[in-house]
Design a protein around this ligand. Sequence first.
Ligand code: 13P
Ligand code: ZN
Length: 270
Amino acid sequence: MKNILEAPFMVEMIRTATNMYAHGWDERNGGNISLMLEEAAVAEYLDLHSVLRTIPTGFTAPALEGRIFLVTGTGKYFKNVQYAPEVNLGIVRLQDQGRRADLLWGYADGGQFTSEFPAHMMSHVARLQVNPENRVVMHCHPANLLAMTYVHTLDERAFTRTLWQMCTECIVVFPEGVNVLPWMLCGTNEIGEATAEKMRTARLVVWSQHGIYGAGKDLDETFGLIETAEKAAEIYMKIAHLPRLNTITDEQMHLLEQRFGIKAREGYLD
Ligand code: 13P
Ligand code: ZN
């Protein structure tokens, strides 16, 4: 068996968590990541029949039966992931219609996957239906997006248009826009179901007064989505209290659609 700490998926996960912490998106234990792994890739590093323990999930997700995920641990600090991956991360395989997760590696101090596991797994189901290549769900607490949910309307079209107007390339990076949930109790199946429903039409879902969820085909794409939305929110928070003399017009956004071969969400541009 090869050393799992050298597996490309593990190296990338550790780098991503470290980078998210460096961006200030994951204070304390804030944030969580789940990365779906290919069975053949995992089999190079782990005996897939060797189950360390079994953890109930509290939900069902039949579409994910047998799927393997590398997931951050609950209560664990992103800043520590690079120093003790085996304590702060775990690899689980969903079984029994997703009702239980077999631990194959990690959570070495007796811990378990993030409290947001329902939102992650339900979002994977939703995104895989839209794009079979989806592999990542990522949650974090970026300050400017969070701040924006206190001072900006939570109407999804208006919220999206404001972000698009803050940087020229926003509409290119997330042409489907961002969806927004009102404040809800985190760590529950209810917020998981609501997030997954929002994930059917966008890869970014804002949790008002809490943070953001992103989904994508790999860690880089997902990180980049959140990074771009957060940059736009940062510019908004810099200018929101100032008179706006200039903006990116809808006409200019239509030019961007043509130039980059993308299509803005139906009805979001005039
Ligand atoms: P966990 O430590 O359980 O991952 O929770 C962090 C968080 O951000 C909850 O929304
Ligand atoms: Zn959170």
